[in-house]
Write a protein that binds this ligand. Structure first.
Ligand code: GCU
Length: 424
């Protein structure tokens, strides 16, 4: 598997070179954004206007979901729960100085010639009287990277993953500022996290790796261009973790918020769109291919993604790389798939690559569906992005905090307030 390692290193270098070169300088000048009419989520493919919640639920929602599945992220594979095993590996009953219980749980899958697994870290407040609501999100570098706590096991390094070949002990806690575990626990929530590349590595769509072998029989009769890309595989993984949480008595699986940053924010949105069990969805700086509108030529574009990270999507999506105005849907419609459940879209003002304004407009343009379904949607605000650090909206909520592409205490504080309103 040395070759695979080399391939992923080369891909990472090509990516850095591409982002740094002028060839890929994307537009970051608002005056150069060309106008782009958006597809109407409330108009069926046969031209019927959607005027009732029933028509949305029974017809239009399915049309939109099908387009995203067939043409952008790839089909979400079925799952046979009988192939699923999980076991609690270790428990620390007095984590965080006695405030929390930490569990390490392993989920196993049986696939032809493979037995992929994912290790999840579950942090539960100890003082809770009954099952607690939870935040679930993948991490980028392994569970050991979310905290300095030496009790947490070092991640395994499956072939092709970004942690392969690293001295993991030196990486302990490297992402801890993105995971304020103690604050989350103090506010009465559990935190559940896992290393995303255990589902499938973030290097290509090599079908022998991660959980891909499990998809083979489902994908046999699918057109190849619509087979799952990596974002679909990761989103599928989030649903499997939710399956597991349904068996953990300390957690209320009906109150699980799925959250993610950047590519994992794209993944959280797609997981929320596919799996109605997620009670709330949070997209942190998810950008192009996530919350940001694809038609706005600002920051990252579908063309860039097609050159550098095509495997995040299904092959079909490449057809639109040169001209995103041809895509028969846009990312505001991804958010409509989450309706009427609460959704939080967050941006950062220095994160122009992710197009904060495009993320806001996407949230704003999902509002008609939220209102049709009887919620307050984005709360009647105008289609103008709010001031920095001023959250807006109701069931669709949005903020653009100061600073760079990251997850900060400001973001978490707002997510916790939002969850208090809708999950407590
Ligand atoms: C790159 C990529 C983005 C992605 C980000 C990340 O910047 O172009 O689309 O969101 O990586 O996931 O870190």
């Amino acid at each position: 598997m040395k070759n695979l390692f080399i391939v992923s290193v080369l891909a990472a270098c090509a990516w850095t070179a591409a982002v740094c070169s002028d060839e890929w300088k994307e537009n970051e000048d608002e005056s150069k954004v060309v106008s782009y009419p958006l597809p109407d989520p409330l108009l069926c493919q046969d031209g019927t206007p959607v005027t009732t919640p029933e028509l949305w639920t029974e017809k239009r929602r399915g049309e939109i979901l099908e387009m995203f599945r067939m043409q952008m992220y790839g089909m979400m594979p079925d799952y046979d729960k009988s192939k699923f095993r999980w076991e609690t590996l270790r428990v620390n009953p007095v984590a965080l100085n006695g405030k929390a219980v930490f569990k390490e749980i392993r989920i196993w899958f049986d696939a032809p010639n493979a037995r992929p697994k994912v290790d999840i870290l579950v942090c539960i407040p100890r003082s809770a009287a009954g099952p607690v609501p939870a935040f679930l999100g993948f991490n980028f570098y392994g569970n050991h990277a979310v905290s300095d706590d030496r009790w947490i096991s070092l991640a395994d390094c499956p072939d092709g993953t970004r942690v392969q070949g690293k001295d993991l002990e030196t990486q302990r806690g490297r992402s801890k500022t993105r995971w304020p575990i103690e604050t989350i626990i103090d506010r009465g929530y559990a935190l559940v996290t896992a290393y995303y590349e255990e589902i499938v590595p973030d290097c290509n769509n090599e079908r022998s790796l991660g959980v891909y072998p499990l998809f083979a029989s489902f994908e046999e009769n699918l057109p190849e261009p619509s087979r799952a890309g990596a974002i679909t595989a990761w989103a599928w993984g989030l649903s499997r973790i939710l399956d597991c949480l349904e068996n953990i008595p300390e957690i209320d699986a009906k109150r699980v918020a799925v959250m993610g940053h950047s590519r994992l924010g794209k993944t959280a949105l797609w997981a929320g769109a596919n799996d109605p069990r997620f009670a709330l969805v949070i997209s942190n700086d998810s950008g192009c291919g996530g919350a940001a509108l694809s038609r706005r030529n600002f920051g990252e574009t579908p063309e860039f993604m097609d050159q550098v990270i095509p495997y995040w999507f299904c092959q079909y999506y490449s057809r639109y790389a040169k001209d995103p105005t041809q895509i028969p849907f846009d990312q505001h419609e991804l958010i409509t798939l989450i309706a009427p459940r609460p959704v939080y879209v967050a941006s950062a003002d220095e994160d122009l690559w992710a197009d904060p304004k495009g993320e806001f407009l996407s949230a704003w343009n999902a509002d008609p569906v939220y209102r049709l379904l009887g919620t307050a949607g984005i709360g009647g605000i105008a289609d103008v992005p709010p001031e920095t650090n001023v959250p807006v909206g109701e069931v669709i909520r949005y903020h653009r905090r100061s600073g760079k592409h990251d997850v900060t205490d400001f973001d978490w504080n707002e997510y916790l307030n939002f969850a208090d309103k809708y999950m407590k």
